[in-house]
Design a protein around this ligand. Structure first.
Ligand SMILES: NC(=O)c1ccc[n+]([C@@H]2O[C@H](COP(=O)([O-])OP(=O)(O)OC[C@H]3O[C@@H](n4cnc5c(N)ncnc54)[C@H](OP(=O)(O)O)[C@@H]3O)[C@@H](O)[C@H]2O)c1
Length: 348
C-alpha cells in the first residue's frame, strides 16, 4: 500500500483510508455488524492501510466505540482521526469532548483531532439556534489554541480540519497551529475543491483527505437509478430539492449527474474495470490528494477498494473521466459544500 506524507510533519497516511461512519450502526447507514467491522479493520491493516476516520457525530459515538473495539491490540498500527463539531470548539467543551472521545475509542491518544466543520455562523447554526452561542461563536484563536494545548499534553498527536475553505484555513494557520490535513468531499461527481482549496492546501503544505470517493455507492456498478438509493443518500445538491431531507432548496443537477454517470460507466466498460475502481483510482491520481477516504461495510468491499487504490489508470482514461464529469462540475460551480446551496455555503 502506497503511503503519502501529510503536510510538513512527516505523518504518513495510506492512500486508501477507511471511513468508519457506518461503524456501530445507526439511522443513516442502518445496522452494521461488528463482525464485519472487525473484518474490515483487520483486512485493511493487513493490506497496509493505516488511516481510520471517525467522529463523535457518527452514530452518537458508537462509531468510535466500534472502531476502538475492532482495533484492539493492533491500535498502535492505526492513525485514528476523530472529529468534534464546531459547536464544541470553545476551550472547556473541546477539552471535555477530547476526553470523551478518548474514552469511547479506548485509547490514550488521538492521532489526528479535527474540527468537523468551519467555525462560522452558517456552519454552527446547523447545530443550534441558541442566540447565546450564535452571538459568541468560537474563534479560531480559542479553538486552535486549545488543540495546541491538547497536543502538548499528549492527548492528541496532530491537528486537522475538515471542510475548511481558503479563508478559514488561512485564519486557522494564522493562529500558529500546525494543521496537517484538511478533509474535504472529493469524487468524480464533486470536484469543486480543484478550483481553489486543493491548490491552496498544496501551497501551504496541508494534506488533503478526499472523502466520499464512491458518492456513497452511486459510483459503483450496483446502483442503476436514483430511485434505488435510500433517501439519506439523495440529499446533496446533485438531487432535486423535491427529494426528502434536502435543504439546499434548488432544482439540483439530476440530468447532468445522470449523464456523467452514464459516461463514467461507458469508460468503465471500455476499460473492463468496475466503476468503483475508476472512481477510487481517479481520486488517488490527483497529486494534491494524500488519502482517498472510502467507507466499507464488509471484507469484500475493503478488498475491492484496496485494489482500486493500488490501480494506476492510463492518462487517456484519467483524461476521459475528467472530460466526462466536466459539464457537471461547471454547472455545480465553485462551492464545495455538498449539502447547502451557494448562498449558504459553509466552506469559505
Ligand atoms: N469530514 C466530513 O464532513 C465527512 C463527510 C462525509 C464522510 N466523511 C468520511 O468519509 C468516509 C467515506 O464517505 P462515505 O462513507 O460517506 O461515502 P463513500 O466512501 O463514497 O461510500 C461508502 C459506501 O459505499 C458502499 N461501498 C463501499 N465500497 C464499495 C464497493 N467497492 N462497491 C460498491 N459499493 C461500495 C458502502 O455502502 P453500502 O454497501 O451500504 O452501499 C459504503 O458504506 C465516511 O465513512 C466518513 O468517515 C467525512
Amino acid at each position: 500500500m502506497e503511503t503519502r506524507t501529510c503536510g510538513k510533519t512527516g505523518l504518513k497516511l495510506s492512500v486508501m483510508g477507511i471511513g468508519c461512519w457506518s461503524f456501530g450502526g445507526g439511522a443513516y447507514w442502518g445496522a452494521q455488524d461488528q463482525k464485519d467491522v472487525e473484518a474490515v479493520v483487520n483486512t485493511a491493516l493487513d493490506a497496509g492501510c493505516n488511516y481510520f476516520d471517525t467522529a463523535e457525530m457518527y452514530n452518537n459515538g458508537e462509531s468510535e466505540r466500534s472502531l476502538g473495539k475492532a482495533l484492539g491490540r493492533r491500535r498502535p498500527r492505526a492513525v485514528i482521526c476523530t472529529k468534534t463539531i464546531p459547536l464544541h470548539a470553545y476551550r472547556a467543551a473541546l477539552r471535555k469532548k477530547c476526553d470523551e472521545a478518548l474514552g469511547r475509542l479506548g485509547t490514550d491518544y488521538i492521532d489526528i483531532f479535527m474540527i468537523h466543520w468551519p467555525l462560522n455562523l452558517k456552519s454552527i447554526r446547523q447545530y443550534t439556534s441558541d442566540p447565546a452561542v450564535l452571538n459568541r461563536l468560537p474563534t479560531a484563536a480559542e479553538a486552535f489554541g486549545t488543540l495546541m494545548e491538547l497536543r502538548k499534553e499528549g492527548k492528541i498527536r496532530h491537528i486537522g480540519v475538515s471542510n475548511f475553505g481558503v479563508q478559514q484555513l488561512t485564519e486557522a494557520l494564522a493562529t500558529g497551529a500546525d494543521i496537517v490535513v484538511n478533509e474535504l468531499a472529493y469524487n468524480l461527481l464533486a470536484r469543486a475543491i480543484e478550483d481553489r482549496i486543493a491548490p491552496f492546501c498544496r501551497e501551504r503544505g496541508v494534506g488533503i483527505i478526499g472523502y466520499m470517493p464512491l458518492m456513497q455507492g452511486l459510483l459503483s456498478d450496483k446502483v442503476s437509478s436514483f430511485e434505488e438509493l435510500p433517501p439519506e443518500r439523495t440529499r446533496t445538491r446533485h438531487f432535486s430539492s423535491r427529494r426528502a431531507g434536502t435543504r439546499h432548496g434548488e432544482p439540483g443537477f439530476e440530468r447532468e449527474t445522470l449523464e456523467a454517470i452514464k459516461a463514467i460507466r461507458s469508460i468503465a466498460k471500455q476499460s473492463n474495470l468496475p466503476v468503483s475502481r475508476l472512481a477510487i483510482a481517479w481520486a488517488a491520481a490527483n497529486p494534491a490528494v494524500t488519502c482517498v477516504l472510502a467507507g466499507a461495510r464488509n471484507r469484500d468491499q475493503i478488498l475491492e477498494n484496496v485494489e482500486s487504490a493500488g490501480s494506476r489508470l492510463p492518462d487517456s482514461t484519467l483524461k476521459a473521466l475528467d472530460e466526462a464529469t466536466r459539464p457537471l462540475m461547471e454547472k455545480w460551480g465553485p462551492s464545495p459544500d455538498l449539502w447547502d446551496n451557494a448562498a449558504n455555503n459553509r466552506i469559505e
